[in-house]
Unconditional design. Structure first.
Length: 571
């Protein structure tokens, strides 16, 4: 398993209780072999930001202790799973920077052995075939305050149960007609131990095994046994599996497994203005609220990759947030801070104009070109410089000019001098308007003595503007993104008010600007490449982009609310 380049930042710092647990077990001699973890997604949707936490935890704990991490697909439900999701998950885990090597597994690899253990439980009198329907079964389960009632089929003989289970496998019965249930304790205070279903009949083609099977193990049966088959030492699960741990342990203890894995739970991570549910995200896709799983407004890993978020930012975010046993909700600005921190270090600086206003430099002849040197990244001296062309006609941002500015407006205005980034000082000498009174063009002069942007006489200007040469700039489409939902906790709001989740979608989550211009150095920018558009934010080239038809997604703005909050807290 390869380690990411930023792996020197320890996951969760010194308070990582999982690290302390593993260290304690190693010190006590509980493990004779390597530490083995696993990330076990179900291929029924795309991974989202919440999954980045267990991915990073499992791979990095294995790395820290010189072990390995398996990637295993728990593909036990052919009705909801698809090879599309398998491929997407493989790509997402690789993108995050982790490599499972030769240890790629599927629960379906183990179906024959799982079935054998089911027959073993029948033979031990610990499992039975039940004819109760899915509607009838809850009537027997009891509640937290009342014990359940045994199924009327609970006392079938071992011979009858084995015969019925084999006939289930042979396809003799229809879905819902029968299930295989564990025989544990209908009076147990632990609800999950009240004779849980282990196998059900599903007549659907599986993405790997085809029509070979028509009985499929439940997750709670397949998961612990797959861990045991693969020699997993630490089954690190999120908090929703706490209540399932007694069944995990019962299954491992009562089947003749080759190893005894241990389940440990950690808290889930949620983000404000976001939903972390494959079911709800799938609904947003199917109902057309977004353009697909990789729509840059989505919290899926494929979407944030498309948006230009660097994987190192996600790894560092998860490391720095730390690990707790309870679920936590993190403010979105904290994630954005991690993204800015990484992009500030790695993203080249360029100039782009998203809402162009034409500027004519009256004292520069037609057809003349000047070249100025621009710094690629002031945070990285090794990034070097580039040449940006300057000509008689430029574009600046329309918001950088006001004809009648208020007192504290320091950008361009009639008679005012400003600096053009890397180039020179210019002064506005005139304004051109159309018949409706809209400003269509500015007239300016430049001071040749200020090449490079500095005045030899030491005079100061209050503002520096970005710009592009109209003659040399490349047209582009730029997509500006905000949060997909307009409230901090959309699921809680929907539940509290009894209204549909879609009611809280942000109508301004995407704004598209099609008459934008970027400097010519971006002519051959490749999809996925990330840049800082100076003064505007961080942007990435979209996969739809083509030479001559560039498309950029805004990854994150320059405003860092989390950094400001941290500074205030430090004071």
């Amino acid at each position: 398993m390869s380690a990411p380049s930023d792996a020197s930042r320890p996951y969760g710092g010194p308070g990582n209780f999982v690290r302390e647990l593993i260290e304690g077990e190693i010190a006590a001699g509980k493990h004779s072999g390597p530490v083995v973890t696993r990330f076990p997604p179900e291929p029924n949707g795309y991974l989202h930001l919440g999954h980045a936490r267990p991915i990073t935890l499992n791979f990095e704990m294995a790395r820290e202790f010189g072990g390995r991490c398996h990637l295993r697909f728990d593909d036990t439900n052919p009705l909801s799973e698809d090879v599309e999701y398998v491929d997407a998950i493989l790509a997402d885990v690789r993108w995050l920077g982790f490599d499972w090597g030769e240890h790629l597994y599927f629960a379906s690899d183990h179906f024959e052995r799982l079935y054998g253990w089911a027959e073993e439980l029948i033979g031990k009198g610990l499992a039975f075939v039940c004819d109760l329907s899915s509607d009838e079964m809850p009537l027997y389960q009891g509640s937290l305050n009342e014990p359940g009632r045994p199924s009327p089929y609970r006392d079938r003989s071992r011979e009858e149960n084995l015969d019925l289970f084999r006939r289930m496998r042979a396809g003799e019965f229809e879905p819902g007609a029968r299930t295989l249930r564990a025989k544990i304790d209908m009076a147990s205070p632990v609800l999950v131990l009240r004779d849980p279903v282990l196998y059900r009949i599903v007549k659907a083609s599986h993405h790997r095994t085809g029509d070979r099977w028509c009985v499929y193990p439940m997750y709670d049966f397949a998961h612990p046994l797959s861990d045991a088959i693969e020699g997993v030492t630490h089954s690190l699960c999120s908090s929703e599996f706490v209540d399932h741990r007694p069944l995990y342990d019962w299954t491992v203890e009562n089947c003749s497994v080759p190893s005894r894995p241990r389940q440990t739970e950690f808290g889930r991570l949620n983000l404000t203005y976001t939903v972390m549910s494959k079911r709800l995200l799938k609904r947003l896709v199917e109902e057309g609220h977004v353009r697909g799983w990789d729509d840059p407004r989505m919290p899926t890993l494929s979407a944030i990759r498309r948006r230009g978020v660097p994987p190192a930012a996600i790894r560092n975010f998860n490391r720095d947030v730390g690990l707790t046993k309870r679920d936590i909700t993190i403010e979105l600005p904290r994630l954005e801070h991690a993204v800015r921190e990484e992009l500030n270090r790695t993203a080249p600086r360029v100039m782009a104009v998203l809402n162009p206003l034409r500027v004519v430099i009256e004292n520069l002849p037609e057809g003349e070109r000047l070249d100025f040197e621009a710094v690629n990244n002031p945070e990285d001296p090794g990034a070097g410089t580039r040449t940006v062309p300057f000509s008689r006609v430029l574009y600046i941002e329309r918001d950088d000019f006001l004809e009648d500015p208020p007192k504290k407006y320091f950008r361009l205005a009639p008679g005012r001098e400003v600096r053009l980034r890397y180039a020179c000082l210019v002064t506005c000498t005139g304004v051109v308007k159309d018949a409706s009174g809209k400003i269509t063009e500015l007239r300016c002069t430049w001071d040749p003595a200020t090449r490079g942007g500095n005045a030899p006489d030491g005079r100061k200007v209050a503002s520096t503007l970005h710009w592009v040469s109209a003659t040399h700039a490349i047209p582009a489409e730029v997509r500006l993104y905000e949060t997909l939902f307009r409230v901090e906790d959309p699921m809680a709001e929907a539940e509290a008010k009894g209204i549909d989740l879609a009611s809280f979608l942000n109508p301004n989550s995407e704004r598209v600007r099609r008459e934008c211009w970027v400097e010519p150095s971006l002519r051959d920018a490749q999809p996925g490449s990330a840049f800082q558009f100076e003064r505007l934010g961080y942007f990435a080239v979209d996969p739809e982009s083509k030479p001559g038809a560039l498309v950029f997604n805004r990854t994150v703005t320059l405003r860092d609310e989390w950094a400001k909050l941290q500074k205030r807290s430090a004071k």
